[in-house]
Design a protein. Structure first.
Length: 192
């Protein structure tokens, strides 16, 4: 553990090298992430810049650029979430709401006074609105994910940090990041 001087005093960091680069598209970032994972870099050693709300809370800046934060140890970090993981979350939300609505409808069907017409009505009333609510919430998750990356790109690009535990992976990580259109790819001697 070491401390780096920053504008507001010392910030604790780890004495492990870290590669950093800036990406202009989510697709390039995602491909770099997959290739980094293929060479054995653990997902917990890969991070992105946190969302704008967290940035404002931590740094108090209403306006920031990726180039200003790539070597700033105070820059808040977030984990990378792949498009597939977001899709799985959207499916789980929509499916979960549909399941709850269907469960309520099935419970209504099991009452002694239930008729076929009442059971069909319970399914229509219980299942459909819940599914619609689930789909709307799932879309909101997807939109939040896209807005996060759009905001990063508008501020100069998507920052990617990769903690590196040996010289061999350091060289491979830099090549991978540059190979997927990473800009200003370099290694600093510390990580957060």
């Amino acid at each position: 553990m070491a401390d780096l001087e920053s504008g507001e005093g010392k910030t604790p960091v780890i004495d492990i090298p870290e590669a950093v680069g800036v990406f202009d598209t989510f697709e390039d970032l995602q491909q770099a992430f997959y290739d980094l994972r293929m060479i054995g870099i653990h997902h917990s050693d890969i991070s992105l810049l946190a969302n704008e709300k967290v940035l404002k809370e931590k740094l108090g800046k209403a306006y920031w650029r990726a180039s200003d934060l790539e070597d700033d140890p105070r820059a808040p970090r977030a984990h990378f979430v792949s498009e597939e993981a977001t899709g799985e979350l959207e499916g789980a939300i929509a499916g979960g709401f549909f399941f709850v609505g269907s469960y309520i409808a099935m419970a209504a069907m099991l009452t002694p006074a239930s008729t076929l017409a009442a059971s069909i009505a319970a399914i229509a009333i219980g299942g459909s609105p819940s599914a619609v609510i689930g789909i709307l919430l799932a879309r909101r998750v997807g939109k939040h994910h896209k807005d996060y990356y759009t905001n990063q790109i508008e501020h100069g690009g998507i920052l990617l940090w990769v903690r590196l535990r040996d010289k061999e992976r350091e060289e491979m990580a830099v090549k991978i990041m540059e190979g997927h259109s990473g800009r200003d790819v370099h290694v600093h001697s510390w990580s957060k």
